[in-house]
Design a protein around this ligand. Structure first.
Ligand SMILES: [Zn+2]
Length: 117
């Protein structure tokens, strides 16, 4: 690795983020349950609002789930001393990219290719 990565630093950030995702998930599950109950008391418009909110919550839950899985992989790759290398092309991931989001598993060019598909 030409650029020395401080693995402890990234591991710490990944772990902190991971725990906050798990906590968020728990909170979300708690919040989503009682919504069904007041269906009779809300009007049509606010019901649509509630549906929209639910959709958004679902979408963000999916994103969070993806991030959670990326973090799991990233942590595993730290253990295996593969962290910092792109899972697709094996090239180095720019340190700046990892500092921005330590859970990123691909280099910039692979990420761009994936986006353009
Ligand atoms: Zn790559």
């Amino acid at each position: 690795m030409s650029e020395e990565l401080d693995l402890n630093y990234f591991k710490k950030r990944l772990t902190v983020r991971y725990q906050s995702i798990l906590a968020d998930k728990k909170a979300q599950q708690k919040n989503s349950a009682p919504k069904q109950l007041d269906q009779t008391s809300v009007g049509r418009l606010s019901r649509m609002d509630a549906m929209q909110q639910q959709q958004m919550a679902k979408a963000s839950a999916r994103l969070m789930d993806m991030e959670r899985r990326r973090i799991e992989t990233a942590l595993k790759r730290i253990e295996e001393e593969e962290y910092g290398y792109c899972i697709l092309c094996d090239g180095e991931i720019a340190k700046k990219r990892l500092e921005f989001d330590p859970s990123l598993l691909t280099c910039i060019s692979c990420a761009q290719k994936a986006e353009n598909q």
